[in-house]
Design a protein. Structure first.
Length: 203
C-alpha cells in the first residue's frame, strides 16, 4: 500500500494530513486509488440507477475481500458486465458465467457472478425502481459526525431493513453489513470523520 504522495503523510488519530494540506479519513490516504475514491466518490449522493446497480454488485463481490481489490479491478468488472447496465446483464446466461469464471481480471466466484445476473433480472421488474427503493432506507442525517473510525458502525437498523427487503425481493449477496457499505458509498449516510475535508464538501 502506498501513500498518495512521495512524502509521508502526517497522522493525527484517525485522520491523515496530506502534503496537499487536506485532512482525510486515514483509510483514504493509505493507497493512491483509495485517495481518489475517498475524495471523489465515497459519501457522495448517488441516485443513478446504473451506478447504484454497479455498487450493489461490486459490494457483493467484495464480501470476504478488501475493497481496494474491487477498486483495482473495477474497470475489468465494468467491461465484463457490460457497464452494469441492468438490461444487458439480465441477458447474460450460462455461457457468460463460464466465460467469466475464466477471466482472471475479476473475482471468479460462480455464486457472485450468478447473483449479479439474477439481481439484474430482479432490478428490471422492481416497482418502485431500484434508485427509489434503495434511497427509501436512507436514514435522516446524523446529528453528530463520527470522530473516530471506531465510531463508524458496520451495520445499522436501516441497512438490516434494506437487506431484509432486498432478500425478500430475490436479491442475493445483500447482507446487512454489505448494504451498510453500499449506503456509505452512495451517500445515503455520510461517515467522513469530523475534520476530514470531505466532511464539509460531501453531498
Amino acid at each position: 500500500m502506498t501513500a498518495p504522495s512521495d512524502e509521508a503523510p502526517v497522522r493525527s488519530g484517525d485522520l491523515v494530513l496530506g502534503e496537499d494540506g487536506l485532512a482525510r479519513c486515514a483509510w483514504g490516504a493509505s493507497d493512491a486509488e483509495y485517495h481518489r475514491y475517498h475524495d471523489e466518490e465515497w459519501g457522495t449522493p448517488q441516485r443513478d440507477r446504473v451506478r447504484l446497480f454497479e455498487k450493489l454488485c461490486l459490494e457483493g463481490f467484495q464480501a470476504g475481500l478488501s475493497w481496494i481489490t474491487i477498486l483495482r479491478r473495477r474497470p475489468a468488472f465494468r467491461e465484463a458486465f457490460h457497464g452494469f447496465v441492468p438490461e444487458r446483464v439480465a441477458q447474460m446466461g450460462e455461457d457468460d458465467v463460464v466465460r467469466l469464471l475464466g477471466d482472471e481480471r475479476i473475482i471468479r466466484h460462480r455464486g457472485k457472478i450468478e447473483a449479479a445476473i439474477g439481481n439484474a433480472r430482479v432490478t428490471l421488474v422492481l416497482e418502485p425502481p431500484l434508485e427509489d427503493l434503495l434511497w427509501s432506507f436512507a436514514p435522516a442525517p446524523a446529528a453528530d459526525r463520527p470522530r473516530r473510525l471506531a465510531d463508524v458502525p458496520a451495520v445499522t437498523p436501516e441497512s438490516t431493513a434494506m437487506s431484509r427487503e432486498l432478500r425478500r425481493l430475490g436479491f442475493r449477496f445483500v447482507g446487512p453489513t454489505t448494504m451498510y457499505a453500499l449506503m456509505q458509498a452512495c451517500g445515503m449516510v455520510d461517515d467522513h470523520l469530523e475534520g476530514c475535508h470531505r466532511a464539509v464538501s460531501a453531498g
